[in-house]
Design a protein around this ligand. Structure first.
Ligand code: D41
Length: 707
């Protein structure tokens, strides 16, 4: 290769390459060796691609130790190395998160197979892409003899001891299996197990145990557990497994399994006792792949484990063979990624927002970043302690996470020394340009009333009440929202204008608004003013639960409002009830009862209710409902393991709807433990304590009112 003069290079290509390599080396070390990544995967991928591009433009600058020249993880050297009998391939990733990601794959396959539009749709299998670590399990004469990590695809690490502690992985297979069988799949950690593990870790840290840390995400916790040197510790970190393919298989005897499709192969693996995901489906052509991508994407947050995309595979093994490989990637498979749920961005400011009940929340204002499918500019820091614990400061680079419709949050700060291992001369990367540590202001940033934090509470609250315009705005928005009395078209901009213009101070003022006052607001057309007045008129016919919820009483959510309305029938009965009487309502404990009493004991609040009624707000009132004995009232349940058809959240919702309670840990007071597949220590504890144990069928019978 001709060496070119360095002066031929564009201005900053050389330092860029060196810097990128250093940076990627440092991140790779944190990720692969320490199982404690410093930046989100998406950011690592971006840097990696950047380096690839630069090296492609300047091949003479490629060095043998460049991260681009090494595939997968370098073994730690603590485990014995294993040469895979058949290399563990990697899978091509498609980062286009649109339908085109799936359509392009289908089109490519059709082209490579020489198909035309007249030919039928391709038969695919679509699978979730489990976010764990790839594992090869080797069975000889049906006995698990070796479990190896993927490593670089050729050489992995022997982690057999630790893998043997995974209850879902069979140690012995039926006699009919091939004499040599390698099963490949993903080891992962379920979200509930991850949360419980981190909770235990926090307790250990609080108890002063050295060398303990919490884990960033389930994948890293799983990787840490698999590569844990002490199998006893590995055993305390519950892992799970899904099979998705085969490695070496020798079929010596006649009539052994010979598969024709990928799906048939998975079905056989399942019959041999390997966990195969219920979410694997057959899909015909691009249309069904796109539908699968959307369906699984929508369910992503309810699965109980992390996935970072879906995988499409050509179902016919004969076609797979025809398509073959490019380098180490099969041409017949692709991983179609979902939008990343974690991204890097910069903190522009830390504001303090005032909530409806006066709660002060520190909020990081961020440079706009696309994460979890939306552009995020704000992320909550929850409260003062959290903001200080995470040590988030203005100017910092942070990891933001947004999962599903959960509000975005700052996961952690990425300090410059983890972004770059050594100072590079002439760069200001290491300049500690950090702002001061966050402190909560002691007065409300909106109304300057005193902000107070009560004993044992995490939150500061503005003591200004409805004197505080921020609280007033939120109270009005809360009342007008769809789930309360619903005033269509009364959004935050309008409420902000109305409160700032002083035409509304209290809720009843809403219903005293005249056309002129409204139409005089900035940017308010006559037509819109008319619409708002009509919407207000319409909102007067409401229901008791909506009205009660709309008042914004602390701890009284929609469900509690419904229960209160059902129980008492009339608003006056609720307003007059004692704390004891309130507590006879399902769902109402001492805290809610006290909050209700405190609200209605304030004369201003009673006044607001009276004025609203005087303004014409009405709802049907009824008689107090007879106390219905619900089938599960007074019973506590603990859920453990995977139920055959119900997801955990569904089971919980069903139990609660029937009056039961679901708690996290088993005690003598637990009425029932509902156990599914791979139930762990909770089931043992129940047996120890003699707590009744149910399976899903038993639970369903109870829900139907059976014994
Ligand atoms: O769920 C996964 N992470 C997953 C990974 C999957 N469902 N299928 C996969 N299939 C393959 C091939 C097509 C090569 C058999 C994979 C992987 N590979 C894979 N995981 C890590 C490297 C490759």
């Amino acid at each position: 290769m001709p060496t070119r003069d360095l002066f031929d290079l564009p201005d900053d290509a050389v330092p860029d390459i060196a810097q990128l390599r250093l940076s990627l080396h440092a991140h790779a070390h944190r990720y692969y060796v320490l199982d404690d990544p410093s930046i989100p995967d998406a950011e690592y991928d971006r840097l990696f691609r950047q380096l690839q591009t630069l090296e492609a433009q300047h091949p003479e600058l490629v060095t043998p130790d460049s991260p681009t020249q090494r595939v997968g993880g370098k073994p730690l050297g603590q485990f014995a190395q294993v040469r895979h009998a058949l290399p563990m391939l990697s899978i091509r990733t498609e980062t286009d998160t649109q339908a085109s990601g799936a359509q392009n794959f289908d089109a490519r396959i059709r082209r490579e197979l020489g198909l035309t539009d007249a030919d039928p749709a391709i038969d695919f299998v679509a699978e979730p892409k489990f976010d764990g670590l790839a594992m090869s399990l080797r069975y000889v004469h049906g006995v698990l003899v070796q479990a190896a990590t993927r490593g670089d695809g050729e050489l992995g690490e022997d982690v057999t001891q630790n893998i043997r502690t995974i209850g879902q992985i069979p140690l012995k297979l039926p006699a009919s299996v091939p004499p040599v069988l390698e099963v490949r799949g993903e080891v992962y950690m379920r979200r509930d197990h991850f949360d419980a593990l981190n909770e235990r870790q926090r307790q250990r840290i609080a108890a002063g145990e050295r060398g303990e840390k919490t884990f960033v995400n389930p994948r890293n916790a799983a990787a840490g557990a698999v590569r844990q040197l002490d199998p006893a510790i590995a055993a305390q970190r519950p892992l799970s497994f899904f099979a998705y393919g085969l490695g070496e298989v020798t079929l010596v005897h006649e009539g052994g399994p010979v598969w024709v499709t990928h799906l048939a192969l998975l079905t056989t693996l399942k019959s041999w006792g390997f966990p195969v995901s219920e979410l694997v489906v057959q899909a015909q052509g691009a249309t069904e792949l796109v539908a699968y991508y959307d369906t699984i994407g929508a369910r992503r947050d309810t699965l109980g484990f992390d996935i970072d995309g879906v995988v499409y595979k050509v179902n016919s093994l004969a076609l797979q063979r025809r398509l073959g490989f490019v380098t180490r990637e099969p041409r017949w498979a692709v991983a179609h990624k979902f939008p990343a749920q974690e991204m890097l961005t910069t903190v522009l400011a830390i504001d303090v927002q005032v909530g409806r009940t006066g709660k002060l929340t520190p909020v990081a204002k961020l440079a706009p970043v696309f994460v979890g499918g939306v552009t995020v500019t704000n992320a909550t820091l929850h409260n003062e302690d959290e903001a200080r614990r995470k040590d988030v400061r203005v100017g910092d680079t942070v990891i933001v996470r947004r999962a599903g419709d959960v509000i975005p949050e700052v996961v952690s700060v990425v300090l410059p020394d983890t972004a770059c291992p050594e100072p590079i001369e002439g760069t200001d990367l290491l300049e500690p340009q950090r702002g001061p540590l966050f402190t909560m202001p002691h007065v409300c940033p909106v109304c300057a009333s005193l902000a107070m934090r009560e004993e044992g509470e995490a939150d500061y609250r503005c003591t200004g009440g409805l004197f505080c315009s921020a609280q007033r705005k939120q109270a009005i928005l809360h009342f007008a929202q769809r789930r309360a009395v619903e005033v269509e078209g009364l959004g935050d901009k309008l409420v902000e204008q109305m409160v700032d213009a002083g035409i509304i101070r209290t809720l009843p003022d809403l219903y005293r608004l005249g056309f002129t006052a409204l139409a005089n607001l900035d940017r308010m057309a006559e037509k819109s003013a008319q619409n708002v007045l009509e919407a207000l008129q319409k909102s007067k016919q409401t229901t008791l639960p909506r009205f009660l919820f709309g008042l914004g009483i602390r701890h009284v959510g929609e469900a509690t409002a419904k229960e209160l309305a059902r129980h008492f029938g009339k608003l006056d009965a609720i307003m007059q009830a004692t704390e004891e009487q309130l507590q006879t309502v399902a769902d109402v404990g001492p805290i809610v009862a006290r909050s209700l009493r405190a609200f209605f004991d304030v004369s201003h609040n009673r006044e607001v209710v009276e004025q609203l009624r005087a303004c014409g707000l009405t709802w049907p009132e009824g008689d107090p409902a007879p106390v219905l004995a619900q089938p599960l009232s007074g019973k506590t349940f603990v859920l453990t393991g995977t139920l055959p058809s119900l997801e955990r959240e569904q089971a919980k919702a069903l139990i609660e709807a029937a009056g039961g309670k679901v708690v996290g840990s088993v005690s003598k007071k637990t009425s029932f433990v509902v156990a599914g597949a791979q139930a762990g220590s909770k089931l043992e504890k129940a047996q120890e304590l003699g707590v009744a144990i149910l399976d899903e069928t038993g639970l369903k019978e109870m829900l139907d009112g059976g014994a």
